[in-house]
Ligand binder design. Structure first.
Ligand code: CDP
Length: 240
């Protein structure tokens, strides 16, 4: 990996504003944008399409070894293709949201996707959002952020996303899914959702997207990238 590659890690619970903020941030920095959650969703979508029992880790791991994962960068956005196909907005469907955290808890699935996530620095500097980007995927980056927002705001934001995709769902269903996923994501044994060591926490319930991006940019400007980054290798947070 080139010394010049910079990684900005944006983690946080479901619907905390990570995607909108990370996309704008990447644009302002001229970096690629990577949605790691989209990768877990794409694998879940693939399992559902193939009729694989998502509650059976052996079956899911078996599927992982039969599919070909590749990436392309389109307009500064990394897209994951499975067997050459970009599933597009299908990964946002509620049926995928219901199962994704079960699949994301399987260590072997994580191992495969984390390797792919790290490999994306070959395309240059990036903003990557997810749950374990600052803690596991790129623990050595100095640019780590953890976004949070109160549960009501998160439900409203996710309902707006669904409305924009013409998907009808009640606030109650959305709230239930966000809660259930956060519980599974924070409670799992491998790479749980957590505030990474050294991360700046931004509670953005009352901040606009632009304001949140400005807070992050201000912090990045204050903390220039390390001149000699270590290779991304460790599981878990770096030791002090
Ligand atoms: O967009 P939203 O915040 O609802 O979730 P997402 O970023 O699309 O992630 C979907 C799911 O993928 C999460 O609920 C996690 O179960 C899983 N995920 C993960 O385990 N690790 C990541 N780095 C990113 C997502």
């Amino acid at each position: 990996m080139s010394d010049k590659v910079t990684v900005v890690a944006v983690d946080g619970p479901a619907a905390s504003g990570k995607s909108t903020v990370s996309k704008l941030l990447a644009k302002k920095l001229g970096f690629n944008y990577v949605d790691s959650g989209a990768m877990y969703r794409a694998v879940t979508w693939q399992a559902l399409e193939m009729g694989v029992d998502v509650t059976d880790p052996i079956a899911v791991i078996g599927m992982m070894h039969t599919i070909k994962i590749s990436f392309e960068i389109r307009d500064g956005v990394a897209r994951m293709l499975i067997n050459g196909v970009d599933p597009g907005d299908a990964i946002r469907e509620p049926r995928v949201a219901e199962k994704v955290s079960v699949i994301a808890a399987i260590p072997e699935v994580r191992q495969i996707l984390v390797q792919h996530q790290r490999s994306l620095t070959k395309f240059g500097s990036l903003v990557m959002e997810g749950r374990d980007i600052g803690s596991v995927v790129f623990p050595d980056t100095p640019h780590k952020f953890y976004l949070d927002a109160n549960p009501e705001v998160r439900v409203q934001r996710r309902q707006r996303d669904f409305a924009a995709m013409n998907i009808q769902t009640s606030a109650e269903n959305v709230a239930q899914n966000l809660q259930a996923r956060d519980k599974l994501d924070a409670g799992r044994a491998t790479a749980p959702l957590q505030i990474a060591v050294g991360a700046t926490v931004i509670e953005n319930s009352r901040l606009s997207v632009e304001e949140t991006v400005e807070v992050i940019l201000g912090q990045i400007r204050r903390q220039p990238p390390r001149p000699d980054p270590l290779p991304w290798r460790g599981e878990g947070n770096p030791q002090p």
